[in-house]
Structures are given as C-alpha cells and as structure tokens.
Design a protein around this ligand. Sequence first.
Ligand code: NAD
Length: 340
Amino acid sequence: TEAKRTHKITLIPGDGIGPEVSGAVVKILETAGAATGVSFDWHTYDAGADAFAKTGEYIPKALYESIEQNKVALKGPVTTPIGGGFASINVTLRKKFDLYSNFRPIKNLPGLKTNYPGVDLIIVRENTEDLYAGLELMIVPGVAQSLKIITEKGSTRISKFAFEYARKFGRKKIHAIHKANIMKVTDGLFLDCARKVAAGFPEVTYAEHIVDNTCMQLVMNPYQYDVILTENLYGDILSDLCSAFVGGLGLVPGANLGLDCAIFEAVHGSAPDIAGKDMANPTALLQSAILMLRHIDEAETADLVQKALEAVYTEGKTLTKDVGGTSGTKAFADAVVAAL
Ligand code: NAD
C-alpha cells in the first residue's frame, strides 16, 4: 500500500460563520484523505479581533511564520470593522505574502437550479493594489482622500496570470474590465499592460468592457464571458454579483495566489446575520479546499471531494437554507461525508 502523505496546512478558522464552515470542511477533508492515503497536519491560528483578545496582535507573529513555512493556508472569513478600527486582516495577509492573484471560478453545481444554468466563468482579480489597498487620509476635516495606486508591474503580472491560465486550460476569451474613460491614467495603465500581454497570446480573444456596462451585460447574458480580468475593487464587486448566477455567496470559492504562498478562502464574509446558528453553507469553503488540494497536487482527493459534493447537490435532499434546503451546516457536512 501507498505510504501516507502528510500535508502541513495553516488553518485560520476565522470568526462569524468561519468556525462552523471550516469545521465542516476539515471533517470532510479528513474523511476523503483517509480514503486516498492523504493526511493533514493542521496548524490552527486565530486572526482579527479574536487573536487580539488572546495575543494583543491582530495577526499573531506565529501565524505569519506558519504561512511562511507551510506555504499553504485555508482561511475562514474574518470580520473587518466598518469605518474605523483595525485594517482588514484579509487585505493585510494578501499584501504581506504578495498574493497578487485572486482566482474565483463561478460554475453551477449539478442539481442546483438557479436563474442562470450552465455558467462557467472565471474572475481573475488583481489582489494587492488599487483603492482596495486602503491608503486613505483625512486631508482636512470634511475632505477625505483614498489613493488608487495602479502599477505596471501589478497590472502586467495579473494579466500574465490570466492569459497563461487561459492558454493552459483552453479558455477562449478574456475581457479586461475597467473605467478608463474616467480614470484615464490608472485604468489606462492597467489596459495598456493587459493589451501588451494579450499580444503574446494570439489564440486567446481579448476584449475590453467598461465596468458599469459589465454589470448590465452580466445580468443580461453572463454566457458572453469566459475569463474576466480586472482590478481589485471591480473584482470584489463583480465576484458577489456573479455568485448569484450559481446560487449565492454560499457557493463561490477563491484562491489568493502568490509566487511563494497561497491562501484559499471563500468569496463570502463572516455573515454575522447567521453566525452560530448552524445555517451557513460550507460549500464555498469546501470548493476553496478543493482548489487547495489541486494546488498541493492531491488531484485524486480533490476529485473525490468534488464528486461527493456534486452527489449531495444532485440528490438535493440535504441542502442548506441559502440554496433552498432545510438542513443545517452539520447535516450538510455529514451528507458529504456519507457520500464519500
Ligand atoms: P457576507 O459575505 O458575510 O454576507 C452577505 C450575505 O450572504 C449575508 O446575508 C450572509 O448571511 C450571506 N452568506 C454569506 N456567506 C454565506 C454562507 N456560507 N452560507 C449562507 N449564507 C451566506 O458579507 P457582509 O455581511 O457584507 O460582511 C460581513 C463581514 O465579513 C464584514 O466584516 C466584512 O468585512 C467581512 N468579509 C470578510 C471576507 C474575508 O474574510 N475574506 C470577505 C468579505 C467580507
């Protein structure tokens, strides 16, 4: 028999619904791994307000070191205070590890009816700059400023990521999404870089859409898009819009990828409205974990989990409330475990 492979993975359960969805995902991965000869050595850390209460640091030094060593993390959502308080943990981690690419596949699950069947598009979002860097100041009382920094380096590397992905996985079309009619310098630079990269990939069709029009185009006909390449803030907003095609935020996974490290997390946040109620859908984090398994070359385990997840949706009997079911987080996770 095959020797057991062990992966050291940094686990940030997060807060709000984070502990519930990450608990479900860990259980499913442990079960799948037991069947395929893979085991996980989870290095678990708090972040955000919970970490501050325990260690006096929002991101404990030990957490940084753990990600540096393990290179791979699975992360639940972390609450960010609105209009004040500490800086976003998510943004801080993405910047610290230079996780410049945020990869978000939007694909319907079999058996789950939505108003948009058969959507299969990918959002590639620049993940380190733009207004999302949160470089803000109050210039004088009553006048606030936010710095939108767009660089040639940042725009070129995210464009390369999108085109190389398209080439590798046979994607046909890339739309760069922008507002360069108004932000001529920043979004203009982003487009210049995208165009230069596009020239090296003649087999991939390159097009450009303005972001407000894109919102309408997506709602009218998402099938016209294949890969969406965009800056940080537009990518953030378009991701939530696109999640509705496949059943909402409870479904859509994400990967934050850098040259050295990767952090896998759902698109959704900590969902305080349903936290602690056994209502959260762990599918988004589970699909993020499937991306993680592929990233660490555990395709067999990834396929196994994917098949079990699809079986539960196809059967449609043990689904969470956000997708029209009546089951809780735990019952859903148990159904996936049973399907394994
Ligand atoms: P949210 O994504 O937490 O919730 C939006 C809506 O979607 C809510 O009605 C929620 O109940 C629902 N929802 C989200 N995930 C769900 C799931 N798995 N199952 C079922 N329903 C789900 O967005 P928000 O309310 O705007 O943000 C809450 C907090 O999360 C904020 O502090 C925000 O900063 C933070 N946030 C964190 C991350 C992250 O950690 N990566 C991402 C986005 C938002």
